[in-house]
Write a protein that binds this ligand. Structure first.
Ligand code: GDP
Length: 421
């Protein structure tokens, strides 16, 4: 039942927009590829062994179509690998790893004390059955991943640089979100001393969504704000979500509504006025108060087909808010990724198809003209032959006459001479 639940929710997820668009554009590019490569083959065959003064295919045509053919192959390669990308930022221990695990519905990332994320962790899906880890230093070497504590320890032992990236490759059939082409990146805390510009260059430029994991118990910190100022200087209109995590700490507190309202206002002012990345009403869908810890617990229970065992006050309200975040985040992620990843390739595909069909049309016209001029040539030669034949006939006739006359004349003269003798 749990398996079915996960499957059904995947089918209804807003992420399907991207998944379907990706399938479609890959199908279309398959057809574009067939068209362009058969045009390429045709041009190659048609132009081989033909002398240049008879050729209907110019070397420029051939080169252009061959370039298009190569271009389509490389676009198809990119399209096969395209995915949606989201990066999580926040101060150490705000609960980034827990929030990511809650979205993934499983304990994939190591969490908690002693497992502070010291480098960038990229989680992506695989069709294979076993999980493994790949580091930047040894990209061809898979390290098998049989337990989570093993991953945590491995990351601690390796003493990786804060801007290093470790890829965690996780079986898609164990995680519906990864099966839907999402790649998630967890970052070291933005309070860690490091080169933030370098981080942005390396991890943010192709990200579709950014999630700031803040702490519900405190207002946004300067380090958090500074980082996103840098991001929005580099990217035009980044999609930023702010989740105030650890909201369970408010449970039962009298002042919680006032505190939340204050944090909300500040987060809104940050997105709308300071960063200018969205308007006031859009900002409402970008700010949440959740408990990643509770959400993860609930998801793990659901996976077993059991109800969550959480008795903290207002748990369901927080869990509902988590689900709302999950839904809005997924639809922003997929619609942005469709636009940024596919719009350009759609236009490119169209212009390639137009260019190739124009070339084929030109060739068709040229060969038609050539055919017409050959017919005309044959006619002209035919006419000329005809008149030559007639002239010949005439001449032969005249010759016969002449010969006849000459013979008659000779006969006459000879006859006369003989009679005179
Ligand atoms: P990270 O450093 O930002 O990745 O933080 P972690 O996800 O490792 O979380 C740090 C600690 O905070 C862990 O012990 C989590 O169990 C705890 N934690 C995370 N989210 C919550 C939450 O919503 N509520 C509470 N009470 N604790 C949380």
């Amino acid at each position: 039942a749990a398996g079915f639940g996960a499957h059904a929710s995947a089918a209804n997820s807003p992420l399907q927009l991207f998944v379907r668009a990706k399938r479609k554009i890959n199908e279309i590019y398959g057809e574009v590829g067939d068209y362009v490569s058969s045009a390429h083959r045709f041009l190659t065959v048609t132009s081989s062994g033909v002398t240049s003064d008879l050729a209907v295919v110019s070397p420029e045509n051939k080169k252009l179509v061959s370039d298009h053919d190569r271009k389509v192959s490389s676009i198809r390669e990119v399209l096969r690998r395209d995915h949606m990308k989201v990066v999580f930022f926040g101060r150490t221990s705000n609960g980034k790893s827990t929030a990511i695990n809650a979205l993934l519905g499983d304990r994939i990332l190591p969490m908690g004390i002693g497992h502070t994320t010291s480098c960038f962790l990229q989680i992506e899906g695989t069709d294979e059955k076993e999980a493994y880890v790949v580091t930047e230093v040894q990209p061809d070497q898979r390290q098998s991943l049989t337990s989570l504590s093993q991953l945590g320890n491995a990351l601690c032992e390796e003493k990786l640089d804060a801007s290093a990236k470790v890829r965690i490759i996780w079986p898609k059939d164990k995680c519906p979100m990864l099966a839907q082409e999402v790649v998630i990146i967890d970052s070291p805390g933005i309070d860690v001393e490091s080169d933030l510009d370098d981080w942005i260059d390396k991890f943010c430029l192709d990200s579709d969504v950014f999630v700031l994991v803040a702490n519900a118990e405190s207002t946004l910190m300067l380090t958090e704000k500074k980082f996103f100022h840098k991001v929005s200087e580099r990217l035009s209109n980044p999609n930023i979500f702010i989740i105030h995590n650890r909201s369970d700490a408010f449970a039962g507190e009298e002042m919680q509504h006032e505190v939340k309202a204050q944090h909300s206002q500040r987060a809104q002012a940050f997105l709308v006025q300071e960063l200018n990345v969205c308007n006031r009403s859009e900002a409402e869908d970008r700010i949440y108060f959740i408990s990643a810890k509770e959400a993860l617990q609930a998801r793990l229970q659901e996976a077993k087909g059991q109800p969550p065992q959480i008795s903290t006050e207002d748990f369901f309200t927080r869990y509902l808010e988590f689900q709302k975040f999950e839904k809005n985040f997924a639809s922003c992620l997929s619609s942005t990724a469709v636009k940024t990843k596919f719009a350009q390739h759609t236009a490119r595909g169209q212009s390639i198809v137009n260019s190739v069909s124009q070339i084929l049309l030109d060739i068709h016209h040229r060969s038609q003209k050539r055919q017409q001029s050959q017919v005309a040539l044959r006619k002209e030669i035919g006419d000329r032959l005809d008149s030559t034949e007639k002239q010949l006939e005439q001449m032969t006739h005249e010759m016969k006459e002449k010969i006849h006359q000459i013979t008659e004349d000779v006969e006459y003269k000879v006859g006369k001479a003989l009679s005179e003798e």
